[in-house]
Structures are given as structure tokens and as C-alpha cells.
Design a protein around this ligand. Structure first.
Ligand SMILES: CCC/C=C/C(=O)SCCNC(=O)CCNC(=O)[C@H](O)C(C)(C)COP(=O)([O-])OP(=O)([O-])OC[C@H]1O[C@@H](n2cnc3c(N)ncnc32)[C@H](O)[C@@H]1OP(=O)([O-])[O-]
Ligand SMILES: NC(=O)C1=CN([C@@H]2O[C@H](COP(=O)(O)OP(=O)(O)OC[C@H]3O[C@@H](n4cnc5c(N)ncnc54)[C@H](OP(=O)(O)O)[C@@H]3O)[C@@H](O)[C@H]2O)C=CC1
Length: 295
């Protein structure tokens, strides 16, 4: 690890900044998304913000939403400064269907329609499943499963009513071997994956494609929600033995939404260094019974 990276990690400045993202090389042609309109939940930080930067760099118009209006405005200002592109922001929670409906109306009105919805809003807290309270369980399931569903259905209804196609990408998590110490989110994300596969079939006649993207451990400020014990082992929980970056995810989202993905629906794209095959994170530390077993 370089000294600069160590310093950034110690200051808990995870991941690529907006200027980094604005200058990052991309495999895509500059006008790939010209004329496309995207709504990105959780677009004020992390993977959602990286996707917003890549999308505007490729010519798209973007609205980002999340709970913290100041965070969204800060992201929009940084993006304008770094790329010259103006994006729209809306403070809301995906957990409230009425707020979801309002943001979707705004996106369709103010962007003049919508081509793609990217659901990057979500999160959880590490806990041993046996200690979960009903309130904690409900908070995580309501955010990650119900909230994502409200967004998906609200977009799909408007595409159906307008008789136009659309595309949805749901950012989930690597769930193939469960997520010990995060069973609540594993359950919710598994729900989103199979929800996505189900409506990919139901909505194909409407011209709506629905895909999921499973990130592994990705360097974002979201990691500040985790205990230092986990942070010191970050990146070891996959066969590539490193973290991914938000550009890995942003380019994956664009692959699925752009014409490159026009024959892809109901898919789960894993961008995780092979984490679905080997490795665990144990956010609260490796339990005694699993020590020395190689993850
Ligand atoms: C997994 C692999 C790596 C993944 C990395 C990432 O995803 S990076 C991205 C990560 N980014 C994020 O995760 C950011 C987004 N995450 C969030 O916004 C929240 O974590 C949330 C969605 C889970 C809760 O939303 P909310 O506003 O409804 O929450 P609230 O605060 O009102 O709590 C409701 C109840 O939940 C419980 N409880 C909560 N925290 C803890 C805890 N630490 N400990 C124990 N329990 C906890 C508690 O029961 C609480 O009720 P109480 O006892 O207070 O009456
Ligand atoms: N980083 C990683 O290693 C991994 C991340 N993930 C998941 O990927 C997604 C993106 O994460 P990442 O970019 O790392 O983390 P961030 O915490 O940076 O992004 C999550 C975003 O979701 C928004 N959000 C959370 N709850 C709500 C809500 N109820 N309504 C609207 N917006 C909400 C947050 O904004 P605000 O606080 O303003 O609402 C935040 O911008 C999340 O679902 C995350 O859990 C999955 C596996 C690994």
C-alpha cells in the first residue's frame, strides 16, 4: 500500500474523490450516454456518486437523491466544478413510498423523461444475528428491500404509462455464501436479487430491463460505519486480496444500462474480486471457532 493511501485511510478519506473520478480513464466512448437521463439513489456518496460522475462524463443528464440534502448539494457542486456538468438533487428517503413517488415525478418532469434508474441507496450495521432487535431488523429490511422496491415500481409504472423502455440497476452485496455479522442485509439483498429476476421477466414485454450488481468490498466513505477491527482487515476477504474502487462499480453500472447491456436482463453482475467464491469479512472480528481456518 502506498504512503498516500495509508494516510487517506487513517484520515478515513476512503476512495476516489470527485476530481479523481473526473480524471479517471474510462473504457467508454465520450458520448456513449448522450441523451440518456439517469436517476441515482444514494448518489451523494460512494458508488452512486462515482456513477453520477461517469454518467455526466459520457453525456448523460443526472438527478441524485438521498436523505442528506447538504451531502447531495456538495456532491453536485463538486461534480460541476470537476466536469462542468450540472446535476439535479432531491433530499428524500427511499423508505417512504410518497417521497419516492414525488422524486420520480420530479425526475421525469425535470429531466424530460428517464432512461435508467440506479439504486445505490442502502446500508446496514454489523451485528451478530442473535442480538438483532425487531427495530434493527426492520430498519435494514425497510431500507434495502422495501426502499429499493418502491423505487423500482415507481419508475416502472411511469415507463409503462408513457409506453417507453427503461433500465434498472440495483446495487446489492455479495450474498452467495451469506454475510456473517450482517444477516439482515444478506436477507434484504437476496430479496432484491430475486425480486429483480422476477420483474425482469414480468417487465420484459414493457421494454424494461432489470439487473443487479453485487459489489465486493469497495473503498467508499460508507466503510466509516464499520469498526476499526474490520477496517484493518479490509480487502483480505476475497481471492484477489484487495478492495475494489468506485470506478469498478460505475463502469459496471454503465455496461448494464448502456447499449452494451441491451440483451442483458435478470442478471447479477458480481464485481467483487471473486468474493462470492472465497473469503469472509467478519465485520465484528473472526469468532474463536473460525480462527485459523483461512476464511
Ligand atoms: C457487509 C459488507 C460490507 C458492506 C459495506 C457497506 O455497505 S458500506 C455502506 C454502509 N453505509 C451505511 O450503512 C449507511 C447507511 N446506514 C444507515 O442509514 C443505517 O445503518 C440503517 C439503514 C441500518 C438504519 O437506518 P435508521 O435511520 O432507521 O436507523 P436508526 O439509526 O434509527 O436505527 C434503527 C434501529 O437499528 C438498530 N441499529 C442501528 N444502528 C445500529 C448499530 N450500529 N448497532 C446495533 N443496532 C443498530 C437499532 O435497533 C436502532 O434502533 P434504536 O436502538 O436506536 O432504537
Ligand atoms: N462499500 C462496500 O464495500 C459495499 C457497499 N454495499 C452497498 O452498496 C451501496 C452503495 O454503498 P457505498 O457507496 O459504499 O456507501 P455510501 O454509504 O456512500 O452510500 C449509500 C448511500 O445511500 C444513501 N441512503 C441510505 N439510506 C437511504 C435512504 N433511506 N433513503 C435514501 N438514501 C439513502 C446514503 O445517503 P444519505 O445518508 O444522504 O441518505 C448514501 O449516499 C449500499 O447499498 C451499500 O450498503 C454493499 C457491499 C459492499
Amino acid at each position: 500500500m502506498t504512503d498516500i493511501r495509508t494516510e487517506r485511510m487513517e484520515k478515513r478519506l476512503w476512495g476516489l474523490s470527485v476530481p479523481d473520478l473526473a480524471a479517471h480513464p474510462t473504457v467508454y466512448a465520450p458520448d456513449l450516454l448522450k441523451g440518456q437521463r439517469l436517476l441515482i439513489s444514494g448518489g451523494g456518496s460512494g458508488m452512486g456518486r462515482a456513477t453520477a460522475v461517469l454518467a455526466v462524463r459520457l453525456g448523460a443528464e443526472v438527478m441524485i437523491c438521498g436523505r442528506d440534502g447538504e451531502k447531495l448539494d456538495r456532491a453536485a457542486e463538486e461534480i460541476e466544478r470537476a466536469t462542468g456538468a450540472r446535476i439535479l438533487t432531491r433530499a428524500m428517503t427511499i423508505r417512504d413510498p410518497e417521497q419516492v413517488s414525488a422524486v420520480m415525478d420530479d425526475a421525469f418532469d425535470e429531466l424530460g423523461g428517464l432512461d435508467a434508474l440506479v439504486n445505490s441507496a442502502g446500508g446496514q450495521f454489523p451485528i451478530e444475528a442473535i442480538d438483532l432487535t425487531p427495530k434493527g431488523w426492520n430498519a435494514v429490511v425497510d431500507t434495502n428491500l422495501n426502499g429499493t422496491w418502491h423505487m423500482m415500481q415507481a419508475a416502472a409504472r411511469r415507463w409503462r404509462d408513457a409506453g417507453v423502455p427503461g433500465s434498472i440497476v440495483n446495487i446489492v452485496a455479495t450474498i452467495d455464501r451469506g454475510i456473517p455479522h450482517s444477516a439482515h442485509t444478506a436477507a434484504a439483498r437476496a430479496g432484491v436479487v430475486y425480486l429483480s429476476k422476477s420483474v425482469a421477466v414480468e417487465w420484459a414485454p414493457l421494454g424494461i430491463r432489470v439487473n443487479a450488481l453485487a459489489p465486493g468490498t469497495i473503498e467508499t466513505e460508507g466503510l466509516n460505519n464499520y469498526p476499526p477491527a474490520m477496517l484493518s482487515r479490509l480487502g483480505q476477504g476475497n481471492p484477489m486480496r484487495r478492495m475494489g474502487d468506485t470506478w469498478d462499480i460505475a463502469e459496471g453500472v454503465v455496461y448494464l444500462t448502456a447499449s452494451s447491456g441491451k440483451f442483458v436482463t435478470g442478471e447479477l453482475l458480481q464485481i467483487n474480486g471473486g468474493m462470492h467464491l472465497w473469503g469472509t469479512n467478519w465485520p465484528l472480528g473472526v469468532p474463536e471457532s473460525f480462527r485459523g481456518t483461512g476464511g
